[in-house]
Design a protein around this ligand. Structure first.
Ligand SMILES: Cc1cc2nc3c(=O)[nH]c(=O)nc-3n(C[C@H](O)[C@H](O)[C@H](O)COP(=O)(O)OP(=O)(O)OC[C@H]3O[C@@H](n4cnc5c(N)ncnc54)[C@H](O)[C@@H]3O)c2cc1C
Length: 259
């Protein structure tokens, strides 16, 4: 079974973030790392390929400046190879532009299953994977909390507010996974060393046969009109337990309509 995993490389969320000068978009010029959200997809793909007893996991990423650090992490986990699409013409790409690039790259591989995260950690529109599915003419199943393959069918427990739905789809299909679908492995030393020599094919917009007017700022349909600082967190409320602590916490949560 050949599986493609969409892997977004993002600025380290633990480091201070800034916007590009004169723009409302995140400065992605520094080192990028594997988005934690996508580590779950990589692990899921590795397990499904292992269970199928054959095939390989290919990573597909669109990122600026030929960045491969996040891809190397996913290769160290066990993926076989990667495709990176990196091109100055992609600057300013919105979610649909990104989906066009990913769909074109995936189309070169020929996958039985395409896995992405439900949403990324930095942009999190949560729209890219379903747009990829639409562009490829494939069914998509979102919010998977478990994924199993049965012959030519994928079976997904799809998380809902009330619990989960059991959804099946013929393959090939696009599935987005939630955090916790599986526990991502830590790359071993052997895996890290092996990843250094695994192939990463770097492609431009022209290599994908895309017209520059479809992607990047030129093809963008979304515009970020303003960006505001997130509100500072309140100090919170400390409940000192004088025998009625549990009840006071319940009342507090009830007032918030959390329970
Ligand atoms: C107006 C606008 C301008 C932008 N300008 C730039 C820019 O100049 N430079 C820039 O780098 N980005 C830019 N972005 C962000 C970039 O294009 C995002 O990758 C894209 O919008 C995807 O959005 P998301 O993070 O919300 O993905 P989501 O839909 O939340 O992502 C879900 C999943 O899809 C997959 N996925 C998403 N993006 C990628 C990717 N790039 N590669 C591989 N897999 C992916 C991953 O599995 C991810 O977890 C811009 C976005 C907007 C809306």
């Amino acid at each position: 079974m050949n599986i493609v995993v969409c892997v977004k490389q993002i600025p380290d969320p633990a480091a201070p973030q800034s916007l590009e000068a004169g723009s409302h978009t995140l400065d992605r010029s520094g080192k990028l790392i594997l988005d934690d959200s996508d580590a779950y997809g990589v692990e899921m793909a590795l397990q499904l390929a292992e269970q199928a007893g054959g095939g390989e996991v290919t990573l597909v990423s669109m990122a600026p400046n030929g960045e491969t650090a996040g891809l190397r992490t996913a290769l160290a986990m066990g993926a076989a190879k990667a495709i990176l699409v990196s091109d100055d013409a992609l600057k300013g790409s919105d979610a649909l532009g990104t989906a066009k690039v990913l769909a074109a790259a995936i189309g070169r591989v020929g996958a039985d299953l395409i896995i992405a995260a439900t949403e990324s950690s930095d942009g999190y529109t949560g729209t890219t994977p379903v747009q990829v599915a639409e562009l490829l003419g494939l069914p998509s199943i979102t919010f998977a909390k478990s994924v199993a393959i049965d012959g030519g069918t994928v079976k997904v427990d799809r998380q809902t507010e009330a619990g989960y739905d059991e959804v099946t789809s013929p393959l090939p299909a696009v599935v987005t996974v939630t955090a916790g679908v599986v526990e991502p492995r830590y790359p071993s030393f052997k895996g890290i060393m092996a990843a250094k020599s695994k192939p990463i094919e770097t492609l431009s917009v022209a290599d994908l046969g895309l017209d520059g007017g479809q992607v990047g700022a030129a093809g963008g349909r979304q515009v970020i009109t303003s960006v505001d600082e997130a509100e500072a967190r309140n100090a919170g409320e400390i409940v000192v337990d004088e025998g009625d602590g549990a009840q006071r916490i319940v009342t507090f949560l009830e007032n918030l309509k959390v329970i």
